[in-house]
Design a protein around this ligand. Structure first.
Ligand code: URA
Length: 300
């Protein structure tokens, strides 16, 4: 709707500060945060540009900073959003009356399976990053849509790529044992990865690959809203917490994560290489159990 309000302009320092904040949110995959930043500038205080006129400076800035060159951006002629990050939110909203949860919002338990399926459909036969070229199966995630405990790994390995399921190889066997030691069944938890396609030779995902894929992980987490997340290894910890730090400094305590509790521990593949660290990992899992109100299962 056209208004007579004057366009809001920012001085160059404020523009750079906004751009920096938007880049930070984009890199974390936090779409909701930067929408809050940009939409008031675009919608509340700017006159509708006459057709052919340049968009207001802040809107242009947001578009430059936020819109990645992605096959998911709106097709020409499609109704435009002022800020369009990968286009997923717009597409998901049009289906089955499902609304993407805002941070802190709760998807009712009975709708979570559908919400995850919609997200899976959104990802489709993904070609958003180069990892798709070596993929046999995209590994979306596995487990209960109403899980109270959600594990995040790095990315699929060969076994996972072959089966389309996370943590089904040797590291997965160890993860299953860790879950059983907590007195839980694997199918009661949810398991996902930072990237959904196998990096060649099981290398660590590149930042670009992780930033492209992790918004989907964030959205899975926002649908399930487990009480506790466990980041398995440095890659999961880095992309969930948005800061690269040595694992040692992140383990052994509870981090606040979007209204949930996040615990960082060693990746099971690392524990297979250095079993002496299993004791430390068990200490981390006990922190998770405490957060969940779980007792250590009795032997026998
Ligand atoms: N390692 C991971 O990080 N994820 C898997 O799914 C399997 C192995």
């Amino acid at each position: 709707m056209a208004t007579n309000a004057m366009p809001r302009t920012l001085d160059s320092a404020a523009r750079e500060a906004l751009a920096e904040r938007l880049r930070f949110y984009r890199d974390l995959g936090l779409m909701d945060f930067y929408r809050r930043d940009v939409e008031p500038l675009a919608l509340d205080s700017q006159p509708e540009p006459a057709s052919g006129a340049l968009a207001a400076p802040e809107t242009q800035l947001a578009e430059q900073v936020l819109a990645p060159a992605s096959p998911l951006q709106s097709a020409p002629g499609a109704p435009e959003q002022l800020v369009n990050f990968y286009g997923e939110e717009d597409a998901i909203k049009t289906r089955k009356n499902f609304s993407v949860p805002a941070i802190g919002a709760v998807v009712p338990a009975e709708e979570r399976a559908t919400a995850l399926q919609i997200l899976r459909d959104e990802i489709g036969d993904c070609t958003r990053c180069p990892l798709h070229t070596g993929r046999n199966h995209l590994v979306f995630g596995d487990g209960s849509p109403t899980a109270r405990l959600l594990f995040v790994g790095e990315g699929p390995g060969a076994d996972e790529d072959a089966q389309g399921l996370p943590f089904v190889g040797r590291a997965g066997q160890l993860l299953n044992n860790m879950i059983a030691a907590m007195g839980l069944k694997r199918e009661e938890c949810y398991i996902a990865n930072v990237v959904k396609c196998r990096p060649p030779g099981n290398r660590t995902p590149d930042p670009e690959e992780a930033h492209t894929c992790s918004p989907f992980l964030f959205r899975q987490i926002d649908v399930i809203r487990p009480q506790v997340l466990v980041a398995l290894g440095a890659t999961a910890a880095t992309y969930l917490l948005g800061a690269r730090q040595p694992l040692a400094g992140l383990r052994g305590r509870v981090h606040a994560f979007r209204g949930m509790s996040l615990i960082v521990t060693y990746h099971p593949a690392y524990l297979l290489r250095d079993p002496r660290q299993k004791k430390e990992a068990w200490a981390d899992l006990q922190i998770a159990m405490k957060e969940l109100g779980l007792q250590r299962p009795q032997a026998g």
